[in-house]
Design a protein around this ligand. Structure first.
Ligand code: BGC
Length: 766
């Protein structure tokens, strides 16, 4: 009987290359991007994808590791709270006859690292030659999707030649200096954040086996353990480290201890198996299959891999930062990215995760009320950048490359965030019909954000309401009036507030009485809301069929962006801040973001007109921009263009071409990529009565298949380029599917095959 912990096959990556991301060799210039791409995360723990073996000196290659919600103010970033990295629990240092095993990573004759997205883990395989020793080293790392407190590292070394003295040190290093270290006992390390007082406990159980026999460490301590032995050809050495991490107001130690004993009892093979099962359950709901375009297939797997990794349905007090748990850019802060770019994915394939994200907004509603009140308005104005408490976490300034101090105004002026949160609440409600959520949490968010906008949109002498001095999604133009995106989203938000009030009144009158008392909603206030919504300025020019992005935009200097094709820096750097402000160059989809979110606000050919007007003016200075352009182009039937945007979006994190990704993957862009595929090419739209489909596959995609959840149902959808849509209701009660404007009944056990041109021949297939 084999005494190895895990069979060798566990180190073998999935065969199909579209499930893998591979890195062969070592490129120091790309190592930080690779560390972002190859990060593993489970919504609670995250660790970047550096190598485990350090160069001899400790901490030379720290893998930044994160825990969701571990925020503190550190004096950096203008004093706002940032996500603090915990100790790197993957570090291993090996010496062969006194020589570092990895003196120079480039010297390894072969090195291959794989992100196995299907199995949710990172594997590596390498031949090392040091002195007279030749060894094959394979590693595996994961953070468990079944038990989110647990991380696992496995290393297997097959000694091929040489008899040498080996020294292996496993350490726990590199915690942020803002974490005050308090060691209590062997195997357990405790830290506490200096100001926010959050306790973090890490317990670890590193063990080494040589040829199946457990080897006692030479020294053992809370932060490092050391083993020493002599190799011989044919020897098999296994190193295993299980870690458990707990975050708590207090007594994190007890939580970490009990998680660790659970995991140790299960053993590494069991942990790997449980994790793989949890991942296959996630993939069963969220995989998109694409035939005909392997690059698109891999990109969508990569997007879903990181999206599935970023969320934690069981923690309603954290949300997903702009880089998930894969890097430190933006201090781990949560932006509109979550509600607008991530939530569509979660609503459709993981409603429990969507609910937790929205509950985070509910738990931070008080902070949003404080912010509105501080700035002189009523209701709730969410933080543009949100951390743990929900108080504004946008840094007040930044230092430009020329060392100038630049004020950052988004924290007070980028207010569309409140409508974006409301949009997320409503989207979730439509997609799930979760009455408990709407009644107990969602309605309050809708009412309080609506109330904010009513107080914010001030009537002018002519009776029109204007929203002055804001920043829209296009952050190149600050302090503008009547941003069409902000104003129309505000109007939409007010209407949803009114709708939430009437839903409560009719369905749950007791709750309505309680909530309206609690919020001090006066009689007649809701009627005032309707008047406010009806009179908000929209900036629509009926003659041109265009929304003006903000008052005065049409008069700004037009710039021919095609003259700057091939530039390697954003347009505001090319032109300088001042000229950019005076120009029509847009940072990212703004009116086009409106077209993506509220298509009904674009009647007749207004969608096409606005697209043709705004697309050439966009410099795509945000990673969120190309995804929305792709989505809109796909809906308008411009599939070639949409496919081009799709691949540009995919390249943000998969190629080292566009934005820097060393600070983490652009999780919003990855969500946007999913949106382009599902809401663009597959033409899926969620309604209260039905899911609609208006598919238009791009050139090359011969088939697309995926599953969606909607109001307690699960539907399998398959679109063929030969113009056929097949729908199978796999779970839940009979429902309506609206295909190209026609309502069709979809029943369990009765798949629908729908020809996409000319619906006459709809067939039920048994
Ligand atoms: C974009 C914002 C975005 C933020 C975080 C900024 O550069 O302009 O729209 O929310 O990055 O992704």
């Amino acid at each position: 009987m084999s005494r190895v912990w895990v069979p060798e096959v566990v180190f073998t990556p999935t065969d199909d290359p579209t499930w893998r991301l591979s890195q062969v060799g070592y490129d120091p210039l790309r190592k930080s991007s690779q560390a972002s791409r190859f990060a593993v995360s489970n919504g609670f723990l995250g660790i970047r994808g550096e190598r485990s073996f350090t160069r001899g000196r400790r901490g030379a290659f720290p893998n930044a590791a994160y825990v969701a919600g571990l925020f503190d103010r550190t004096g950096e970033a203008g004093g706002v709270p940032v996500l603090l990295p915990i100790a790197d629990w993957l570090q291993v240092h090996l010496q062969i006859d006194g020589v570092g095993f990895v003196e120079d990573p480039a010297d390894a004759p072969s090195h291959r690292m794989e992100l196995d997205m299907r199995r949710g883990m990172v594997l590596s395989d390498c031949i090392h030659v040091v002195g007279g020793l030749r060894a094959r080293t394979r590693t595996l790392r994961l953070v468990s999707l079944r038990d989110r407190a647990i991380g696992l590292q496995l290393i297997r070394m097959d000694m091929l030649d040489g008899a040498q003295e080996v020294f292996l040190e496993a350490s726990l290093d590199g915690a942020h200096h803002g974490l005050v270290h308090r060691v209590t006992e062997p195997g357990l390390t405790l830290w506490r954040t200096r100001r926010s007082g959050i306790e973090i406990a890490i317990t670890t159980a590193p063990t080494l086996k040589i040829d199946g026999w457990t080897s006692a460490p030479r020294t053992i301590g809370p932060l490092r353990s050391v083993w020493a032995w002599k190799t011989q050809p044919g020897q098999v050495v296994e190193f295993q480290r299980i870690v458990s991490v707990a975050r708590a107001g207090d007594d994190a130690a007890a939580a970490a201890h009990s998680a660790l004993s659970r995991a140790v009892r299960r053993g590494p093979a069991g942990l790997v198996a449980d994790h793989e099962t949890a991942w296959s359950e996630r993939w069963a709901c969220s995989a998109i299959e694409i035939d005909g375009d392997p690059a698109a297939q891999r990109a969508l797997r990569f997007a879903a891999y990181h999206l599935n990794s970023a969320a934690n349905p069981s923690d309603a007090h954290v949300s997903i930062g702009a880089r998930g748990l894969t890097g430190s850019d933006y201090g781990g802060h949560v932006f509109w990215d979550t509600e607008i770019f991530l939530l569509p994915f979660y609503c459709a394939v993981w409603p429990e995760a969507a609910r937790a994200l929205l509950m985070y907004r509910f738990h931070t509603l008080e902070a949003a009320r404080r912010k509105a009140a501080r700035l002189g308005w009523r209701g709730a104005l969410y933080a543009w950048e949100s951390a743990d408490t929900g108080d504004e976490a946008a840094p007040p300034f930044s230092i430009a490359p020329d060392r100038q101090v630049l004020g950052i105004l988004t924290g007070t002026r980028e207010q569309h965030i409140s409508a974006d949160v409301a949009y997320g609440v409503w989207r979730y409600w439509i997609a799930t019909g979760d009455e408990g959520f709407l009644r107990e949490a969602g309605a309050e968010i809708l009412l309080e954000t609506a109330r904010f906008w009513v107080s914010r949109a001030v009537p002018e002498p002519d009776g029109r309401r204007q929203i002055r001095n804001v920043i829209g999604p296009d952050e190149y133009h600050e302090g503008i009036d009547d941003n069409a995106f902000t104003n129309l989203m505000a109007r939409w938000n007010i209407y949803r507030g009114i709708e939430a009030a009437s839903l409560l009144q009719s369905r749950w009158p007791r709750r309505w009485t309680e909530l309206s008392d609690q919020l001090g909603l006066e009689a007649g206030e809701i009627d005032q809301w309707r008047i406010a919504a009806e009179t908000i300025e929209t900036g629509f020019d009926p003659g041109a069929g265009l929304y003006e992005q903000f008052a005065g935009f049409f008069d700004l200097e037009p710039i021919d962006l095609s003259r700057y094709a091939g530039r390697s820096v954003p347009m505001d750097i090319v032109l300088g801040r001042e000229r950019t402000r005076r120009s029509q160059v847009i940072k990212q989809a703004d009116v086009l973001a409106l077209l993506a979110l509220l298509p009904d606000a674009f009647v007749e050919d207004a969608g096409k007109r606005n697209f043709s007007y705004y697309e050439p003016r966009c410099g795509h200075g945000s990673s969120l921009s190309t995804a929305l352009h792709g989505l809109v182009a796909a809906r308008l039937g411009e599939t070639d263009k949409a496919l081009d945007y799709f691949h540009r979006t995919a390249a943000i994190d998969l190629a080292d071409a566009a934005a820097a990704i060393g600070g983490g993957v652009h999780i919003g862009a990855l969500g946007g990529l999913w949106m382009t595929a599902i809401h663009g090419f597959a033409g899926v739209a969620y309604g209260e009565e039905a899911i609609s489909f208006a598919p238009r596959l791009p050139p090359g995609w011969t088939r697309m298949a995926f599953r969606l959840q909607w109001r307690g149902r699960q539907v399998r959808c398959e679109i063929e380029q030969t113009n056929r849509l097949t729908l199978v209701l796999e779970r839940g009660a009979s429902m309506t599917a609206r295909v190209e404007e026609r309502d069709l009944a979809l029943d369990t056990g009765c798949p629908l095959e729908v020809p996409l041109d000319g619906l006459s021949a709809v067939k039920s297939v048994n």
